[in-house]
Structure formats: C-alpha cells, structure tokens
Design a protein around this ligand. Structure first.
Ligand SMILES: [Zn+2]
Length: 463
C-alpha cells in the first residue's frame, strides 16, 4: 500500500519469476495483506453460502484481504483472496458474490492447479497480520516489510493465474450454479462483467490485470446473462443487512485507503452510518485525531455495543500517543468480541506500552490468548518479544523474536534467535524445546546441528 513495500515486493517477485512459477510479471504491482476483523467477517458472510454450495467447509477457508487497486479475487484450496479494488468496484453484495462464485467455480473445476505447483515448490504464504492502521507503522521496519511482500507476492501470483476462454465460460457456468444452489441470484455475476464490457476493446496493456487473465467478451456476457436469468433464484435481492454491511466495508476501505478523497466523497452533512464512519477514519488517517474522535463519540452514542467503533477509538488514541486512554476502549472492544484475536492484540499492544509491570504482564496474557487462536500472527509475536524485553526476560524475548521471524518467513533470523534463546532458557523446558524445534525446521547449518548434537537434543517435535 505504501511505497516502502514496492521495491521489496519487486525483488521477491523476480525471485518467483526466476523459479518459473509465474508466466508473466503482471502481478508486480505493490500489494499488501490487510487484516481487519470487521471486513473479514463481512466477507465470510458473503462467501460462506457459496463455499457451502461447493461442498467446502467455510471454516477451512481463510479469507484474505489484499490491499491493491486491482480488481481481483482468487480461490485456492483453503484460501480465498479478495482485493480491495474489487470491493470498491462492486455496487452491491450480489456483484461481489458473483465474482467469488466465479472464482470458486475455477477452484471446483480444478483450474487453479498452479497453486499446487507452488505448494510443491515449498512456497508457504506467510500471513503478516496487522490492522489497517498499523500498516504505516510497519512500513518503517524493513524485515516486516520483506515478510509482507513475500506474502503479497504469493497472493499476487495466485491472482495472476491466467485462464483460457473455455475455462472462463466453465467457471461462469459453475459460478451461476453455485449461486443458485446457495439461494442467491446470479444477476450480480453477469452485471459485474457487463460493467467492465468496455475492457474488451482495450489493448491488453491497458486492461485491468483481472480482465487480462479472465478475458471477457460480449458473447461470454450474453451467455452468462441468459443462463442466470433462467435460474430459480434470479429474482432474489440482497438483504437490507447485506447491503448495509457492504456499504460499511466500502466506507471503511475508502477512509483508510483514500482519506483525501473520502473526506469530500462522503458528505459532511450526510446522516447515514457509512458516511460518518468513512469520515471519522479519513480524519484519523489525515492526522486529525480530534475531529475523528468527535465523530466516533457520536457514532458510539448510537451504537454503544459496536466492538469496531471501540476498536477504532482505542487505535486512534494509541497511535497518537495516548496509550493510557486507549486501554478502556480496547478493553471494551475485547469484552464485546472476546473471540477476535486482532482485538486482543490491540489491547495487548496498549497494555505493554504502559509503565506498570502488572499491566505489562496482563498484556503478555492477552497476546498469548490471541496466539492460541492465531499461532502464526507475526505482529503478536513481535509485541510479545517487546514485552519480555521490557521485563528483562531475555530468553523468552529471543524465543518470541525467533517465532516472529519464522512467521514472516525469515528462516535465517529465526534460526539465529532460536539458538540464542536456547542458551538462555532452562534446558528441557517447553520453551527450550520449542526453540530447538525452530532451529530444526529453519534450515539449520551444519554447525548448528553439531552444537545441538553435542547437547544431545531430542529431535522430536512438540507441535
Ligand atoms: Zn475467471
């Protein structure tokens, strides 16, 4: 999203190209993975009926949000990617569901075999997990940016898989069937492609990448229209709740990604929730926290049980150097939504920033709870390292740093920190064994192995 990612992501991407996994470099645009509990939940509510119709358990599918202007989406085994550009270009949930159904159609028809090639090549997506607002802060940390870029490169690659016209029409048909089976209209599917009919006349280079890899033609759109119109659920419309959630998701993304535009796009006098939400976020991004907080207070007066408003309030206070004030709103967001790890990470981050040992210990507890649900959350590991450091628990701090590096895919640093952690942790303790595990899975050098051998380390994995 921010420029620091660009150069790194090109580097990583060229490595992918050199590996022969990517036919073209179309995915070279800067992309970043974005985490946001509210948007992820809305996307799941949009996608789940379609996944179920395809006999896929939604619990097995992680939906990832990719920050990119491109209109794109992809479905691979266990992961569905949705680009922010696509969300912002879909007029209603049914259009978004249409694209997701089309992509699920590719998956169901076995078209994304290339993702299998990537798995075979050992390319694991390292999900760098962060809230929309934390991206800017992380941009100053080159190691985190590198991890982020390697993930984004991976997802960019999946999103850039090209299909033949025949495969496209098969995915359309499968998508239409899935939508109907899910009790949804296929109109949005036809409508979305129709909205971009003009792309057909553009030269390859001027097209959105999505339409370079998913060619559209008038014939295809007509075939799709006549097919979906015949299906029993064609006249179904989006529920008012789905419409409202779609508007909230778009408003949130507009506020975070295009704050300068959002401040004029959403009218100051508008009374609706999405407009005021977008403006609050935009003011926060434009570094006007007081104006943002004033708008949020008004929204909270109407929706005192909305965990995301409390999350936003806490986030703003924390980022503008008011950690003690951020504690209460973040506690409130966690109490309203105790199962959401990202909300706990926010609370943990605030608690460990306070000058109070008891609070730091409590913050460690919150971070650990979030890791029970998301053990690969790199940001939580990084904060945990910071907290242990603050308490002079050097061995645990090194171990958390090793975990952090492991989860952003930096195996060399993971190994180095795990080796240091082993020297400081009590031999045979669970933490010491975990450090040993990391050394063993993070491509140990011969020297590392000799050292482990001298100590008679067990090679059994504990997880
Ligand atoms: Zn397609």
């Amino acid at each position: 999203m921010k420029s620091p990612f660009r150069s790194v992501s090109r580097l990583v991407l060229s490595a992918v190209v050199a590996g022969g996994l990517l036919a073209s470099a179309q995915a070279a645009d800067a992309q970043s993975l974005i985490r946001d509990t509210e948007i992820e939940e809305i996307l799941h509510r949009d996608a789940d009926p379609i996944l179920r119709a395809a006999n896929i358990d939604p619990k097995d599918v992680q939906i990832v949000l990719i920050g990119s202007k491109d209109l794109n989406a992809f479905a691979a085994p266990r992961v569905m990617g949705v680009f922010t550009g696509l969300i912002l270009e879909t007029k209603n949930p049914n259009e978004l569901q249409g694209v997701l159904a089309h992509e699920t159609g590719h998956l169901a028809a076995g078209h994304s075999a290339r993702s299998g090639e990537m798995n075979a090549a050992g390319m694991k997506p390292f999900l760098l997990t962060m809230g929309l607002g934390i991206l800017a802060a992380i941009a100053g940390a080159p190691d985190a940016a590198a991890g982020l870029a390697s993930s984004a490169g991976y997802f960019g690659t999946l999103g850039a898989i090209g299909f033949s016209r025949e495969q496209e029409s098969r995915a359309d048909q499968a998508g239409a069937t899935l939508l109907d089976k899910a009790g949804l209209s296929g109109e949005g599917l036809a409508e979305f492609f129709d909205n971009f009919r003009y792309q057909e006349v553009f030269a390859e280079a001027r097209r959105y990448a999505y339409f370079r890899t998913h060619p559209i033609s008038s014939d295809r759109i007509e075939a799709l229209r006549s097919r979906v119109a015949k299906l029993p659920n064609y006249d179904k419309v989006d529920s008012p709740q789905a419409m409202a959630e779609h508007a909230i998701m778009r408003a949130k993304l507009d506020g975070f990604i295009n704050p300068g535009v959002a401040i004029t796009k959403y009218d100051e006098k508008a009374k609706d929730y999405p407009s005021r939400y977008a403006r609050a976020i935009a003011y926060y991004q434009l570094k006007e926290p007081e104006r943002a907080l004033k708008l949020i207070e008004a929204l909270l007066a109407e929706q005192p049980d909305n965990p995301y408003l409390w999350e936003l309030k806490g986030q703003i206070l924390f980022e503008f150097g008011r950690a003690p004030e951020a504690e209460a709103p973040q506690r409130k967001s966690v109490s309203l939504k105790p199962d959401a790890p990202l909300l706990r990470i926010n609370l943990g981050q605030t608690l460990i920033a306070l000058e109070d040992k008891q609070k730091v210990l409590e913050g460690i507890d919150e971070l650990k709870k979030s890791l029970l649900r998301e053990e690969d959350n790199a940001v939580a590991w990084r904060l945990l390292a910071e907290a242990y450091d603050k308490l002079d628990q050097d061995g645990l701090a090194r171990l958390a740093t090793a975990e952090y590096n492991f989860n952003i895919g930096d195996m060399r640093q993971a190994r180095v920190f795990a080796m240091r952690a082993r020297e400081m942790l009590g031999k045979g303790t669970p933490e010491w064994r975990r450090a040993t595990d990391i050394v063993l899975v993070a491509q140990p050098t011969r020297e590392d192995l000799r050292r482990l051998g001298r100590e008679g380390s067990s090679l059994t994995h504990t997880h």
